[in-house]
Design a protein around this ligand. Sequence first.
Ligand code: CU
Length: 382
Amino acid sequence: MAYQASHPVVLRDDPRASHDALLGLVAVLLGLAVGVLVFVAVWMGDSAHTAQQQATAAANRAAAAAAARPADTTVETPSFAGAAPANADALAAAHKAYPAELPALTPGPVVSVDLAMSHDVVQIAPGIKYDAWTFNGTAPGPIVHARLGQTVRVTLTNHAPMPHSVDFHAARIAPNVAFRDVDPGKSFTFSFKATAPGVFMYHCGTKPILMHIANGMYGAIVVDPPAGTLPPANEQYVLVASEWYLGSNGLKQPAALDMTKAHEMQPDWVTWNGYASQYVKHPLTAMPGDTVRFWVVDAGPSLNTDFHIVGTLLNRAWLNADMSQYERDVQTALVPAGGGGVFDVKIDQPGLYPVVSHSFAAVDEGQVGLLNVGNVKGTMSH
Ligand SMILES: [Cu+2]
């Protein structure tokens, strides 16, 4: 894989730099004051000993004053979690939710996937703008759906001002060839055969990969096992979990990535399909007694998802998207960063069932949606 020569650096105000400069200035001024004291003492005929005592006393007072100052409480990476404009509720209602429905299969031996890579401002929560890097203009990129044995032909076109690439976890292929960087203005096509069923992540693999994934370059590919081998499902939804690390609140100007927060794994927002809580306002739907299948990918870049649906159990859990076997009646299933899982629920009682990561910090940061069973009215009180 070609390494990128240079990367944009997110410039951050460094409060310590100005703090240090101020300390330096105080030190110089103190030094001057001491010098003047010494000069005046000598000039007045006082002994050098007295001047020294006075200078020492002045220095001691300065040190005591410095020690008495409150500790430096400047936060280098403030959290912007939960930032919201006054009309957030109206914006959430007007937001067009990312379509979570599993798209139809493509007939024939080849599934063609066109991925245009570009830099776009996206919304990641009501009123929160983010300078994203995307596949086809959205984060996550398009959901790809293939059948085991089909050939997936991927065409990348780079409209961005820097190299990007794509890494499909569903592929068995030499990554130095297929996942290579594509320069700005260039196109590149590669193909792989879908040799394992499940749900898999795809993402930009250009270094630093943390930066490219955190900025929005990821998506999901579902590979169906042979027809008739899975229990039938009435509804099928694809959910991609991801974290967002913001350098500003994103209210007026789009926020850019804060790499320090990304390294510290301290997100501001965690989302299903790229937008905080979008399926609370625009719930996923099912009817009582339906089998609902969730194809879940955790795009990270770094945090796992603890998949859980409040008010039910996962009737079937194909953990790690191993479609050869499933566990029954699972309460919470781990979907690791860079991994996937497939989960069936069958809910008989009408109601609103929250779909969450049971790592509840993530819920507070937006990783929650609702499954509305039976078209009930209202919303969750919690
Ligand atoms: Cu990239």
